[in-house]
Design a protein around this ligand. Structure first.
Ligand code: HSE
Length: 444
């Protein structure tokens, strides 16, 4: 094979803000694959300057290949820099840097899901005004090209729903709990020991990180503004071994899913532990891996699977964005792919549904006195609120006790009715403690 001819197009100069795990990965991938990347981009892409507070570490990683500074503002003000890659994280300094970079006419690549989910509308509006691009493939699903797929590959479709395992840490914890019988606390410790969890693990285990990513996917899937505040978020920290085992006995696995659905009255936007049939492909996604199911009206279901975090997988997405931006740099801004897939003046104001209006199926577990008429009382409450039972199991009495666990799966029901039923059931004198409620999705 003959060697590729050097491109006639001017090299693209990149300023990298933050050379931590992902920044280091981006530097390595870009250096290692520079020839291949230049052949694809039609020009060389080079990181010219790196900004990081830990100067010595940055110098060690970069060597003589790029300039190093502790001042990120120096990079965004540098007239030689075409694209700024923001990998600092957080929403305060990163927001200021990105808005100033845009104001300076720089294109931006970022992996910052929290920032985009909360301030994306403002950032995209600023970018549109200045005719610059903000690319963010690495913000969702690490190395999985889900933004590209939703925004371009599925562009013919009316997206109906998206459901994904989009937080590797919580998926790892759930795998540990199911496969090794670990408690939630022990599994979280193991995830931290392996370096999977975010700096603040509550973002992972309470569903916040997943809600950031879901907000971004919903915006692109349905052509709506980012509405993180309207997302319902419930994590996995209260899940018990009992529920994992009972779910398994009924043919289900429990996963932390981000789910967004287009319904007649609005859009569902919710993150919570979810029972899913174990025969679905996505149910076998274990450990820190991510997977996202997208249902389009034309294509049907499509499934995207891969590493949702890690240095090089996430760098794969960052560098792909760099190539995309490099290719489109000289294009008429009106001909670029819009940030949220739909033209900015075509975003829809369809509301996000309050959680009470969401319709899904449910797993209910309760401990009751083993006496005649108890089940009749419970099923009457459910029937009065239009909640139909799909399956039910009564477990053996606990040794020496006259108490039994009842596990029920319901058909589709409206969440506010289920909440009302639970409140009534918990008031029955024969019911001990509270009712455990986990939502269930067939994903069919
Ligand atoms: N902490 C995230 C996760 C990785 O566990 O999936 C980056 O988004």
């Amino acid at each position: 094979m003959s060697k590729a001819k050097p491109s006639a197009r001017k090299a693209i100069n990149v300023g990298l803000l933050g050379i931590g795990t992902v920044g280091g990965g981006a530097f390595t991938v870009l250096s290692r694959n520079q020839e291949e990347i230049a052949r694809r981009a039609g020009c060389a892409i080079a990181i010219k300057v790196v900004a990081d507070q830990e100067l010595d570490k940055a110098r060690r990683l970069v060597g003589k290949r790029a300039a190093v500074t502790a001042d990120a503002y120096e990079v965004i003000g540098n007239p030689d820099i075409d694209i700024v890659v923001e990998l600092i994280g957080g929403t305060r300094v990163a927001k200021d840097l990105i808005l100033k970079a845009i104001a300076n006419g720089k294109h931006v690549v970022t992996a910052n899901k929290a920032l985009l989910a909360q301030h994306g509308n403002e950032i995209f509006a600023a970018a549109q005004k200045k005719d610059v691009m903000v690319a963010f493939e690495a913000a969702v699903g690490g190395g999985i090209p889900i933004i590209k797929s939703l925004r371009e590959g599925l562009t013919a479709n009316r997206i109906e729903w998206i459901a994904g395992i989009i937080n590797g840490t919580s998926n790892f914890i759930l795998s540990e709990m199911r496969e090794n019988g670990a408690s939630f606390e022990a599994a979280l410790k193991e995830a931290q020991r392996r370096g999977y969890a975010e700096a603040d693990p509550t973002f992972d285990v309470e569903g916040v990180d997943a809600a950031h990513k879901l907000t971004i996917m919903a915006a692109i899937g349905f052509g709506i503004p980012m509405q993180f505040k309207a997302a319902y978020t419930e994590g996995i920290s209260k899940l018990t071994q009992e529920d994992i085992k009972y779910a398994e006995a009924l043919g289900y696995r429990i996963k932390l899913l981000g789910i967004t659905k287009r319904k007649a009255k609005g859009i569902e936007l919710r993150v919570h532990p979810t029972l899913i049939p174990e025969r679905r492909l996505i149910a076998s996604v274990e450990g820190v891996m991510n997977a996202i199911l997208v249902k389009g009206d034309a294509v049907g279901q499509t499934l995207y699977y891969g590493a949702g975090a890690g240095a090089e997988p996430t760098a794969s997405a960052v560098v792909a964005d760099l190539v995309d931006v490099a290719r489109m740099l000289t294009a008429d801004p009106g001909h670029r792919v819009p940030h949220l897939a739909f033209q900015p003046d075509q975003l829809s104001s369809v509301p996000i549904l309050p959680m009470g209006e969401v319709e899904t199926a449910y797993y209910l577990r309760m401990r009751v006195q083993d006496r005649p008429g108890v089940l009749a009382d419970i099923t009457r409450i459910l029937a009065d609120l239009q909640i139909s039972i799909d399956a039910m199991v009564q477990k053996e009495p606990h040794e020496g006790e006259e108490q039994v666990d009842i596990v029920m799966l319901t058909h589709l029901a409206v969440e506010k009715n289920v909440n009302a039923a639970i409140a009534k059931i918990e008031k029955l004198p024969v019911v001990i403690g509270s009712v455990t409620r986990i939502r269930l999705e067939e994903l069919s």
